[in-house]
Write a protein that binds this ligand. Structure first.
Ligand code: ATP
Ligand code: MG
Length: 754
């Protein structure tokens, strides 16, 4: 995963402000949730943007509870929000704020507005106010209370505050313009009466400020430089600016909007999520089916996966709904290298190995990690006369391309032997209840019998040693892409199979599994050990199945959401499909991983490019990796059948990367230019003056500049916050246009900061 900071229009804008010395070059953002529910993955987008941009640009980000509505807010939510922001990997330090702490200041400014003739107390009811508001095409009418005197308004506001009036009796309104084309400016209410106890201020107040009044002023009080919010606040920006100007507060923050995140197959508003919790449709805010951060955490998703997802979707203004499959893809990519592989059988079918002696147990050594993950460790698996395999791995009348077990057919038992199915046992209803097989002793460890090729490998566990466990198979929350579309009640779209609980059989080593661990059940999916586990009796939550829907979507560019980059790898994580002959040939000839070979063999034009590149002297692994990871993705996003360059150019590009002329980032830039038809790699490097900066003098200069401009970040690093280093590397890289050698930059920074 990329360590270079993402770039988007907001980060670019902030960088430009910093460069121009606006706000003294300071960056101060905020994430302002209302504590009326748990955070969801949409909030994660905003958190990654606000905290992320501040961190990358040497600024700070505040966490602010936007708590101006006493009836819906709760300290439980405040605690949950703090926990989730920290879990995602962000820290606010001393910058935790509450809008409710500003009630007195906000009130004083309201009196100030009245004094300046910019606000009035209005006795119209809500309905009457609506009638006076007018429409988009017709102006509104002035309230009959609009011209009250300053003295009368002050008296009335003080009486509102003193509790002299019932709820709804009157409101404080801004005096702006009832015929403004922006409806938001038609004398919006600023304060309303609410006789309700607030979780922090208790009964001290019975009038509460409205969002449009409290939010911008809170930003100003805190010295926020960039107030980032979602597009639905676009029309409120004029009012935001009006309140700041009218109240004459000294600090002027600036609001910028971006598109909110929407995801298919789920709902993402706290109101709807609360409905699910209260209605008992899920088991709480942290139910693994919920799109809340607490739910995703309990499902087994890591903060890294969520941050990767947020980086992939980027930040833009155009509304888009992201396919849930992309989130699932990020989760798989993240979990694959970090989960040990173990064996579990979800729907057990008993198999008797008829030629295996009764009572004999053989302990087979089984590594936890596949060969392409640089980790070691193994456990032993007992093999005995009776084993379980999954019901799905046997078919009595299989199609030709079914590579698992069937009468008379052979299959490889993972880490074990090749077995042949010799008998099928049925119950009275004709259902298959058990199998009989023989095992070939010469195939121990999975070797194919002389002269044969065994395509399929399946998981299994020994009956006598298996541990029976509860496995919770979570699926998507909703069964349709856009729940609640066209005004339908979204409850009707809930997926009735969003949770299936099965009694599974797992290998005995898992008796030691403890809550919080993650495993990959071979050929099944990624699993998380739930808090409900007790010693010796783990409960497993399915985080996500192995099958990757995203690779199929990415293969059809018209189905992929526009705003989304194709994933880096063409691999379906953990895909155990047998290798085609072509792919196997590639593996053998060039020592490629199965994934790379599969990707090349799956695309004729790619394979041809590969062969040409090798012929032109390219190193096979490097060529395969570039083609499978970068060229393939580009072909798909550009909807091209063949690349507009040949294998010779691929070899040339790889040579420039290998000799240090191009950094990873520059290699990608040059590749993009090759796709754009800008010529040969060397030509592009020359024309654009690209060339990686490996001269330490030049790197040092950039490092000095960044350190000088980020004294805050340097101080934090020296105070022990090592995370700052990554941000500084990013800044130097950015300052060099991605041309500096990241290794040199990192070394230079470390040396300078030591
Ligand atoms: P919801 O509509 O889900 O109830 P909200 O907007 O009412 O959310 P807040 O607590 O007010 O929730 O949101 C805090 C911040 O998170 C706001 O700045 C808001 O713009 C941002 N945010 C909320 N939902 C999303 C989303 N789906 N994508 C991106 N940002 C979001
Ligand atoms: Mg809101």
């Amino acid at each position: 995963m990329s360590t270079e900071p993402a770039s988007d229009f907001i980060r670019d804008m902030i960088s430009a402000d910093v460069a121009a010395g606006k706000h003294g070059g300071r960056v101060r953002t905020r994430f302002p949730p209302e504590p009326n529910g748990y955070l969801h993955i949409g909030h994660a987008k905003s958190i990654c943007l606000n905290f992320g941009a501040a961190r990358e640009l040497g600024g700070v980000c505040h966490l602010r509870m936007d708590d101006t509505n006493p009836t819906t807010e709760d300290p439980e939510y405040v605690a949950a929000i703090q926990r989730d922001v920290r879990w995602l990997g962000f820290e606010w330090g001393d910058n935790m704020f509450y809008a409710s702490d500003y009630y007195a200041r906000l009130y004083d400014l309201a009196e100030h507005l009245i004094t300046l003739g910019r606000a009035y107390v209005c006795d119209l009811s809500e309905t009457e106010m609506g009638e006076h508001r007018g429409t988009l095409s017709s102006p509104g009418k002035n309230s009959p209370f609009r011209d009250r005197s300053v003295g009368e308004n002050l008296t009335l506001l003080r009486r509102m505050r003193a509790g002299d009036f019932k709820e709804g009796h009157c409101t404080l309104r801004a005096k702006i313009d009832m015929s403004s084309p922006n409806m938001k400016l038609r004398d919006p209410p600023l304060y309303r009466i609410k006789h309700a106890r607030h979780y922090r201020t208790g009964d001290a107040w019975c009038i509460y400020p409205l969002y449009d009044y409290a939010h911008c002023l809170s930003d100003s009080f805190e010295g926020i430089t960039h107030s980032l919010c979602t597009m639905e606040f676009e029309s409120a920006r004029e009012l935001y600016d009006w309140v700041i100007a009218a109240t004459e507060v000294p600090h002027v923050p600036r609001q910028t909007e971006f598109a909110r995140l929407n995801l298919t197959y789920t709902v993402m508003s706290k109101r709807k999520l609360l409905q699910l919790v209260v209605g008992g449709h899920v088991q709480g805010w942290d139910d693994p089916r919920m799109p809340t951060l607490a739910g995703l955490r309990r499902r087994g998703v890591t903060p890294e996966a969520i941050r990767d997802f947020c980086a992939r979707i980027g930040v833009a203004k155009n509304l888009s709904t992201i396919d849930m499959a992309l989130l699932e893809h990020s989760i798989r990519e993240d979990l694959s290298p970090r989960t040990p592989r173990v064996m579990a059988v979800l729907r057990p079918l008993k198999v008797t190995i008829t030629n295996w002696p009764e009572g004999q147990v053989e302990w087979l050594d089984a590594p936890y990690w596949p060969h392409d993950i640089p980790k070691t460790g193994s456990r032993v698996l007992p093999f005995s006369r009776e084993i379980y395999i999954d019901q799905d791995d046997f078919l009595e009348a299989p199609p030709k391309d079914f590579y698992r077990l069937a009468p008379g057919r052979k299959v490889r038992l993972r880490h074990g032997y090749v077995i042949t199915c010799t008998g099928v046992v049925h119950d009275d209803a004709g259902e298959v209840v058990a199998l009989e097989c023989t095992c070939d002793p010469a195939t121990r460890g999975g070797a194919a019998p002389e002269g044969e090729r065994i395509a399929g490998t399946i998981q299994w566990v020994s009956v006598a040693h298996a541990l029976g466990v509860e496995v919770r198979l979570y699926d998507r929350l909703c069964s349709v892409e856009s729940p609640g579309e066209d005004g339908r009640d979204f409850m009707l779209d809930l997926n009735p199979r969003s949770l299936t609980v099965v009694a599974a059989k797992v290998e005995p080593s898992l008796a030691a599994a403890v809550a919080g661990e993650r495993y990959q059940f071979e050929r099944v999916g990624f699993f998380y050990v739930d808090d409900d586990s007790t010693p010796g009796a783990p409960v497993f939550n399915r985080t996500v199945a192995l099958k990757d829907g995203w690779t199929r979507i990415a293969a059809k560019p018209e189905l992929a959401p526009k705003a989304v980059k194709a994933p880096q790898s063409a691999r379906a994580a953990g895909d155990e499909a047998p290798l085609s002959d072509a792919a196997r040939g590639l593996c053998d000839a060039h020592a490629l991983t199965a994934d790379l070979a599969r990707a090349l063999a799956g695309e004729a034009s790619l394979l041809a490019l590969f062969e040409e590149a090798i012929a032109a002297g390219a190193q096979p692994r490097a060529a395969a990796s570039l083609l499978a990871n970068d060229v393939l993705g580009d072909l798909r996003t550009r909807k091209l059948e063949v690349a507009p360059f040949g294998g010779k150019e691929v070899a040339e590009l790889l040579a420039l990367a290998a000799d240090g002329t191009l950094s990873t980032k520059l290699t990608k830039d040059v590749l993009a230019a090759m796709f754009a038809g800008e010529g040969t790699p060397r030509g592009i490097v020359a024309a654009r003056g690209l060339r990686q900066i490996t001269d330490s003098g030049a790197v040092d200069a950039a490092v000095d500049a960044v350190l000088a401009a980020n004294a805050d970040a340097v101080a934090r690093y020296k105070a022990g916050n090592v995370n700052v280093l990554g941000a500084l590397v990013g800044m130097v890289m950015k300052a060099s246009g991605g041309r500096a050698n990241p290794g040199l930059v990192s070394a230079a920074l470390k040396q300078r900061l030591a």
